[in-house]
Design a protein around this ligand. Structure first.
Ligand code: ZN
Length: 301
């Protein structure tokens, strides 16, 4: 090939492939999504090209092992393991991740979330559920090798988590009890992205089971309405706790879902009938036999 044409073709190939010729030396935050199989729960891996932060870490050690491999493959140091709220589908993997990335710190946005996590694990151990997840058994006199919740979970001093090497995750915990008693959302300006944790689900049945009272459901609905008006101008991408990212019309869909759930669970003649009606209205929604079942159980006699 003509040596004059060669570089032109090369440059054209680069342009066509979408690789920028000039790389920007910024620390813009990007995100990768790890979609868990169990409960369709998401882990979000934030990167600024120099370090990583992972938000929420799966419901089992088995899934956390897969997540850890994905993080390792990125070849960057993991600085923080951020847990959004005290439900085990978001924190069970933390013990394995901490073993795999001992330089990382497990962090939560406030003291209440730390208490929620320890409270949930203490309860799970009391009913034998942690026999399947021995790494999560709390450290105690009887179990000195257990997970040290008090010393391993750190409460962040401010609502901004600055990544090593630049870029900010803006945390918000100013929410009434809804899906969980206390919960953290994250906003990332670089992404125009709202990481709603479990204030939003996408095509996955909402958890309104044990602990989610009628009042909490009402708070949740009100918060979704607020999100819609608060973010209508910014129009961010919404990254839910469960299911795929969406635009802000997701909040309208979820308000409708809650209205349908309230109506059906207050009028159906039996739990079976309520399940059937919800499944008929939301045929493509995941986790009917787990999330929906326990939600119906909790809201019907
Ligand atoms: Zn969840």
């Amino acid at each position: 090939m003509n040596t004059f044409i060669k570089p032109i073709i090369f440059a054209t190939m680069i342009l066509l492939s979408g690789i920028p010729l000039i790389s920007h030396a910024s620390s813009a935050v990007s995100v990768d999504i790890f979609e868990g199989e169990t409960a369709t729960v998401n882990s979000y891996i934030f990167s600024n090209g120099k370090s990583l932060v992972v938000m929420d870490v799966q419901r089992s050690t088995a899934e956390a092992k897969k997540l850890a491999e994905v993080i390792k493959d990125k070849g960057l140091p993991l600085s923080h393991i951020l847990i959004s709220h005290g439900h085990p589908d978001h924190y069970t993997g933390m013990s394995w991740l901490l073993k795999t990335f001992p330089e990382a710190t497990v962090v939560v946005a406030n003291e209440e979330i730390k208490k929620d996590i320890l409270g949930f694990s203490t309860w799970m151990e009391s009913v034998g559920w942690l026999d399947a997840e021995p790494l999560l058994k709390p450290k105690s006199e009887k179990n000195p090798n257990g997970f040290d919740y008090l010393n391993n979970i750190h409460v962040l001093p401010t609502n901004t988590l600055t990544m090593n090497g630049g870029g900010e995750l803006k945390l918000n915990t100013n929410y009434s009890p809804a899906e969980a008693e206390h919960l953290t959302t994250v906003f990332v300006d670089d992404l125009n992205g709202l990481f709603s944790s479990d204030l939003a689900y996408n095509k996955v049945h909402l958890w309104m089971g044990q602990g989610v009272t009628k009042n909490h459901v009402a708070n949740w609905r009100a918060q979704l309405k607020e999100f819609k008006s608060e973010y209508s101008k910014r129009n961010p991408r919404v990254y839910p706790g469960h299911g795929k990212p969406a635009d802000i019309t997701l909040f309208d869909t979820l308000v409708e879902y809650i209205d349908d759930f309230n109506h059906i669970t207050s009028t159906a003649k039996s739990k079976e009938q309520a399940m059937k009606k919800m499944k008929a209205l939301y045929p493509e929604y995941k986790e009917a036999d787990f999330l929906l079942k326990y939600s119906v159980d909790n809201h019907m006699k």
